[in-house]
Design a protein around this ligand. Structure first.
Ligand code: MYA
Ligand code: JJ1
Length: 388
């Protein structure tokens, strides 16, 4: 069934429910000297490259490969269109390794035809903080599909991660492989319902007219929470305290320090947006919310080229009601001309989705760990991790 995944140190379907396995690493680390020193073999026409994401040229090549070949919905109507600025942000967090940004070129033409990346992260699983790689942006050009190139890419990124003495990884996918630690549901909140309906992202509900639908999703022009403002560099210590406290409740969550928060949460134009609530009385940061920007190309629509989507990222409410905080996030996203606000049912998100008029999408997102076994699969609400 899974000729490749059955050979890998991941939970196997046949072992589900078997409580005789201990939680933790599936295989122990090997000495670094025992890690294969040369890259895996590629078919003869192709060659490995390490992508220097500092250069505009390399970023552009990766951007174009992904723009034309990355993830689509099940009816091939939309394709993720990560921006260059987003890729630079996602791939260069504190302590990143250039060697984990891996491309495959055609030797003769130098055309980039495949890609895979890792970035380092500390992830807590129950009480243990584990050094991991987050693996993302696995992509094989449409013309080279089903030739078993993906397993070679995965083995090569694994080898390069092992060379940095890291033995675990976290990743997500829209498909089911051995074996999800959690399966999450995508939810969508229309901000620009007319466009969403025109492009086939959503449908007019039963007994609904366009004007009733527009009214249903209408939002106020200004946010409601007093002291709600964009996050600034000076907020990093307070936001770090809030997020660390909050994420400690979940079974699997990142272990963010101030450097991580500065990179991952502090606003970056057109990439990630964050807002804090500064209590007007005592100038204390009591809450924050964040979302990242990931447009999708609309495939084959004569009138519209892209769908501008915001994705709920990390949110912590200690004083403001979570529903009110997220409603303010919707208000700023609408004001900044996002068409839709997306969220997964992770963390406490279920508590606001229905009330704020999100509806379930047709997509699921499965979460995975490499070389780490969990005794029980998790509910989405036990997951404190959002991958990009
Ligand atoms: S998820 C996003 C993945 N990208 C896309 O969906 C973009 C569009 N699709 C493509 O580019 C291709 O279809 C891809 C597969 C490249 C996905 N995760 O080469 P093949 C297995 C893991 O003939 P292709 C993301 O980026 C498949 O089950 N495995 O197939 C996170 C089969 O194995 P098996 C996948 O369609 C990535 C084999 O590959 C995925 O031409 C995390 C078939 O290979 C998938 N998304 O190419 C990667 N899709 O026979 C794992 C297919 O066993 C990281 N396959 O079923 C693991 C941790 C590594 C680091 C460890 C460090 C310690
Ligand atoms: O965006 C998604 N689905 C949309 C569009 C569906 C188009 C036809 N297939 C959707 N729209 C309904 C919205 C509606 C708004 C009003 C309220 C009710 C709902 O459902 C889906 C997620 O739902 N996205 C995808 O399928 C994209 C791929 C998801 C897997 C991602 C893998 C990520 C890789 C990680 O590295």
């Amino acid at each position: 069934r899974h000729a490749f995944w059955e050979t890998q140190p991941v939970g196997q379907f046949r072992d589900i429910g078997d409580t005789s396995f201990p939680e933790g690493p599936i295989e122990p680390p090997t000495p670094l000297s025992a890690v294969k020193q040369e890259p895996y073999n590629l078919p003869a026409l192709y060659e490995w490259i390490t992508c220097d994401m500092d250069t505009e040229e390399m970023c552009t090549e990766v951007y174009i490969l992904l723009m034309n070949n990355y993830v689509e919905d099940d009816e091939n109507m939309f394709r993720f269109n990560y921006s260059k600025e987003f890729l630079q942000w996602a791939l260069r967090p504190p302590g990143y390794f250039k060697s984990w940004h891996i491309g495959v070129r055609v030797k003769s033409s130098k055309k980039l035809v495949a890609f895979i990346t890792g970035v380092p992260a500390r992830i807590r699983v129950h009480g243990d903080i584990v050094s991991m790689a987050e693996v993302n942006f696995l992509c094989v050009h449409k013309k080279l599909r089903s030739k078993r190139l993906a397993p070679v890419l995965i083995k090569e990124v694994t080898r390069r991660i092992h060379l940095e003495n890291i033995w675990q990884a976290a990743y997500t996918a829209g498909i089911v492989i051995p074996t999800p630690i959690a399966t999450c549901q995508y939810w969508h909140r229309s901000l620009n319902p007319k466009k969403l309906i025109d492009v086939g992202f959503s449908r007019l509900g039963a007994r609904m007219t366009m004007s009733r639908t527009i009214k249903l999703y209408k939002l106020p022009d200004s946010t409601i929470t007093p002291g709600f403002r964009k996050m600034e560099l000076r907020d990093v210590p307070a936001v770090t305290r809030l997020i660390r406290g909050y994420l400690s409740r979940f079974v699997v969550a990142p272990d963010f320090d101030e450097n991580d928060v500065e990179h991952w949460i502090l606003p970056t134009q057109n990439v990630v947006d964050s807002y804090v609530v500064e209590s007007p009385e005592v100038h204390e940061i009591t809450d924050f919310c964040s979302f990242y920007t990931l447009p999708s190309t609309i495939l084959g629509n004569p009138n519209y080229k892209t769908l501008k989507a915001a994705y709920s990222y990390y949110t912590v409410a200690t004083k403001t009601p979570l529903i009110q905080l997220m409603n303010d996030a919707l208000i700023v996203a609408r004001r900044e001309e996002y068409d839709v606000f997306n969220a997964l049912d992770v963390m406490e998100n279920e508590s606001f989705l229905k009330e704020l008029k999100f509806g379930p999408g047709d997509g699921k997102l499965h979460y995975y760990l490499y070389n780490y076994r969990l005794r029980h699969p998790m509910k989405p609400s036990e997951l404190g991790l959002v991958l990009l």
